[in-house]
Design a protein around this ligand. Structure first.
Ligand code: GDP
Ligand code: IMO
Ligand code: MG
Length: 434
């Protein structure tokens, strides 16, 4: 009964999409369990990069079924656009292939507007969100006023719930929502019309018993995390986080699969670190030094196009992720991007007010004051993008990977050296994931 979770070990964009794409070749089901249209997972499809936001990366493969489980927040109009976009590129999306949990919450237009409003100057609580309405949708979920797919069983009740929510929200922020031209009726009508369209592409169902049955039958289930541990609402760099649990625990609550069903948890980390949006980032390079890494690694947000902040590998952050997620193995991505650097730095601890910290402090202001303690290793000059055997990696690249294993205490499952599906290498003796 292999159930493998793929979890980001940094602040997102670690290459989870590529890892899921590789593992999905042998999966029966690929499941998104948290987050919403804020995710941007890029895979290579028919030789072209394809960024997926809500659809699980398994959708580009013929074999696995795709699931948006109960923990995901679904913007139905964004999902329809994404379906149209991937369909034009030859991907097949049908109710037989895409299942959506009737417990999943729905992002409505006012969630997006509220998300944008909070981010607008002179807001003092700006987080640099993706403005996809994800945070406000989870606020309603926890406030117990959210709209779920299950609400479509009674349209009159759905209509009154939307009217109630709209009434509660319009008074917010000097009534700016009223200027949008939206009304409770227009919100209801648009949602029902989008829901009807969605039924041509997805089956809305109770995914919880279904997924548990598949797991019991021994089907291969891949749980595709979005964002990363540094953005987890409980364990990330609060308040500069996303509004869901991006970690292994979130894979259970977000699917209804119990912890005892998960057989492996793979952590995905880049060989350096990036972050999009606000928040502390101890190993961030000075801005003028970031351009080189950003251009080599094409570090621009897949969802918003924003340049990603770039810095060195942070073993404190990844160790924190190993602790919380209990990774069975680490996947180290983008090792190829470090080629040509004379030296590579790794942060092994933080220094704060004369003390050494080995784990992330809870307070973001303290984290912002932390100075990384760096270790420097020799780099390598040879391009490694075409290497497919561990023993062919330059010895300095091998040493870097070995040092990361020592610093995190977690073995390497595999290393990736390019965006293509086959650009991976297994360490000696490795290979079995499922
Ligand atoms: P995700 O959000 O974790 O799925 O990551 P993103 O898709 O946002 O960003 C990772 C980017 O790096 C994508 O464009 C991938 O195609 C690319 N990528 C993944 N692994 C590698 C790698 O090993 N080398 C290189 N050069 N690119 C990679
Ligand atoms: P993937 O799945 C990187 C960041 C935003 C912002 C914070 C909160 O591609 O790794 P939100 O819109 O979620 O309320 O924004 O989280 N963020 C991401 N950063 N990759 C992502 O997704 C992200 N999703 C959200 O930039 O700092
Ligand atoms: Mg991404």
């Amino acid at each position: 009964m292999p159930v493998v979770a793929v979890i980001g070990a940094q602040w997102g964009d670690e290459g989870k999409g590529s890892v899921v794409d590789f593992l999905a070749q042998e999966a029966d089901v690929v499941v998104r369990f948290q987050g919403g249209a804020n995710a941007g997972h890029t895979v290579v499809y028919r030789g072209q990069p394809l960024a997926l936001h809500l659809l699980p990366c398994g959708i580009i493969h013929e074999r696995p079924l795709s699931v948006l489980a109960n923990g995901v927040v679904v913007d139905v109009s964004a999902l329809l656009e994404e379906i149209a976009w991937v369909t034009q590129r030859g991907v097949s999306v049908t109710p037989a292939r895409l299942k959506i949990s009737d417990r999943a919450h729905i992002t409505l237009p006012y969630h997006r507007l509220l998300d944008g409003f909070r981010e607008m100057p002179p807001s003092r609580s700006r987080l640099g969100t993706t403005q996809k309405g994800v945070g406000p949708t989870y606020v309603d979920k926890i406030d117990r006023t959210g709209i779920r797919f299950a609400d479509f069983t009674d349209l009159e009740r759905l209509k009154s719930k939307i009217a109630f929510n709209w009434e509660q929200k319009v008074s917010f922020g000097d009534g700016f929502l009223l200027q949008s031209g939206l009304t409770a009726d227009s919100l209801f009508e648009e949602l029902v019309s989008n829901y009807e369209k969605l039924k041509d592409f997805a089956e809305i169902m109770d995914t919880v018993p279904w997924l548990n049955r598949l797991a019991m039958e021994g089907k291969r289930i891949l749980l595709e995390g979005a964002q990363g541990t540094g953005l987890d609402a409980d364990h990330g760099t609060y308040p500069f986080v996303t509004s869901s649990n991006t970690t292994a625990g979130g894979a259970c609550t977000g699917t209804g699969l119990p912890p005892s069903r998960i057989t492996k948890v793979l952590g995905v980390a880049k060989a350096y670190t990036t972050r999009v949006g606000e928040g502390p980032f101890p190993t961030e390079m000075p801005w003028e030094q970031q351009a080189d890494l950003r251009e080599r690694g094409r570090e621009y947000g897949a969802t918003t196009g924003r340049p990603r902040r770039c810095g060195w590998f942070d073993a404190v952050l990844v160790r924190h992720a190993c602790l919380i997620n209990g990774f069975s193995g680490l996947v180290l991505t983008k090792l190829d991007i470090l080629t040509g650097l004379p030296t590579v730095r790794l942060a092994t601890a933080y220094r704060w007010q004369g003390r050494f910290l080995e784990f992330l402090p809870a307070d973001s202001d303290v984290l912002a004051q932390c100075e990384p303690v760096y270790e420097e290793m020799d780099g390598w000059l040879e391009p490694i993008g075409n290497i497919r055997r561990w023993q062919d990696l330059p010895s300095n690249a091998q040493r870097l990977v070995d040092r990361i294993v020592e610093l995190t205490g977690v073995p390497i499952a595999f290393v990736s050296v390019g965006p293509e599906r086959d650009a991976i290498l297994f360490p000696d003796g490795g290979g079995a994931i499922w």
